[in-house]
Design a protein around this ligand. Structure first.
Ligand code: SF4
Length: 408
């Protein structure tokens, strides 16, 4: 009988791409991929995240839930949380083994060994585990890079995923061609710190832009100091890279940025935004911010809010500061009460809503190209414009996976 594998993923798009690659290894090994809540699952892979305390808790809860559903299944746990808290996870009932982030590429081999009762000969993890997600018919995530050398004071990711390393450009082009051959039109480049690509990111973007069949690219996130003018000039010169940038700011106040050990200040950030706007017009900026970093005063928070009002991004991705053991910020003085963080998150959410509405309204009545992704509630289909505005229209089966002109 065909064996069944189910993969549960938490966290970032990079994790989703890697989970998809793990599932493909199992499928090539003769497994059927099923939902985690199916009966008769032989192997669970839980690909964890440790970005906040809440993510750790969610991982533990999922493991317990899966063990309850199929108590005899192998539960293999990997990912960032598995790297930082291996022994904590090993103690959870039902966990068969835990593999750190750098051994993620060996999850299938280890499970095959256990199921066959004999070593299958693959024991070492790949140095960098290439990964593509095929979860969606219209958009795939392609892993370009892994790890980070930056060691921002609040972040545990460099400890979990290790130092920066890059997938070779030839591999990426082959993977993009494979994605295109499946009819997917859009690729999102993922990584932990993509801009730190070995030898520079621009040649990668230029090589991928030539892959026929792929009509749109987005970069999932890029550090502002690594987004070079040369890269912006090239993207603006009529490439498949969409007018949509996701740039982590984390704080809009220079003293907080310095305590975070970020590699830029607000003036560099503002100048990048202005340069992109000058070259590409009214692009969509999604910006990450952390609310309530240790020692963040009312004045510092107020200066962040006024900086955000000045640069006017289209959306804020807001994270309340979360203590991560082993990081420098965890040892800093001035940790703020949860109530203060919650208040600041609320203020930023209200600002984000207002900024998004202001941005969106500027496009009402304009002609936009939408890649429709699939059916949504109410007999509608949903998709995104090039500048990442959500559009819903009455469902038309033939338009799914197609880029369709609409009046926004
Ligand atoms: S750049 Fe900073 S925040 Fe981003 S992964 Fe690296 S250490 Fe973490």
């Amino acid at each position: 009988m065909e064996r069944k594998v189910a993969v549960a993923t938490l966290g970032c798009k990079l994790n989703f791409a890697e989970s998809s690659a793990i599932a493909q290894q199992f499928v090539r090994g003769g497994f059927a991929e099923v939902s985690p809540y199916s009966s008769g699952v032989d192997v669970y892979v839980v690909n964890t995240c440790t970005v906040t305390e809440h993510s750790d808790k969610k991982c533990r809860n999922i493991i317990r839930r899966l063990h309850k559903i199929n108590p005899d299944a192998i539960i293999a746990v990997t990912g960032c949380y598995a790297t930082l808290k291996k022994s904590e996870i090993e103690k959870i009932e039902g966990v068969t083994f835990v593999l750190e982030q750098d051994k993620k590429g060996s999850v299938y081999a280890r499970c095959a060994e256990i199921l066959e009762g004999s070593p299958c000969g693959i024991s070492s993890a790949e140095h960098i585990f290439p990964a593509i997600s095929y979860g969606e018919r219209t958009r795939s995530f392609l892993k370009v890079q892994d790890g980070c050398n930056y060691f921002c004071t609040y972040c545990a990711i460099p400890y979990a995923r290790g130092r920066s390393r890059s997938v070779p450009v030839e591999t990426l082009v082959n993977q993009a061609e494979e994605i295109a051959s499946k009819g997917v039109k859009e690729i999102v480049l993922t990584g932990v710190n993509i801009g730190d690509y070995d030898g520079g990111l621009l040649p990668v973007l230029q090589a991928l832009d030539k892959v026929s069949g792929i009509e749109r690219y987005r970069i999932s996130s890029i550090e502002p100091n690594l987004l070079t003018d040369e890269m912006i000039d090239w993207i603006a010169s009529g490439t498949k890279f969409q007018p949509h940038f996701h740039i982590p700011l984390q704080s809009g106040c220079d003293s907080v940025l310095a305590r975070m050990h970020r590699k830029y200040d607000t003036s560099l950030f503002a100048s990048k935004i202005a340069y992109i706007r000058k070259k590409m017009g009214d692009v969509f900026f999604g910006i990450d911010v952390i609310a309530g970093f240790p020692g963040e005063t009312e004045e510092e928070f107020a200066s962040e809010v006024s900086f955000l009002k000045e640069i006017k991004p289209a959306f804020l991705h807001i994270f309340p500061y979360s203590r991560r053991k082993g990081t420098l910020a965890d040892k800093m003085d001035g940790h703020l009460p949860e109530s203060v963080k919650t208040e600041r998150v609320k203020t930023l959410e209200a600002l984000s809503d207002a900024l998004h509405e202001e941005y969106r309204l500027r496009f009402v009545g304009t002609r936009q190209e939408v890649l429709f992704e699939g059916r949504v509630k109410g007999g509608l289909m949903g998709g995104y414009t090039g500048n990442y505005l959500r559009v819903e229209r009455p469902y038309v089966a033939e338009q799914i996976g197609q880029i369709v002109p609409v009046i926004y």
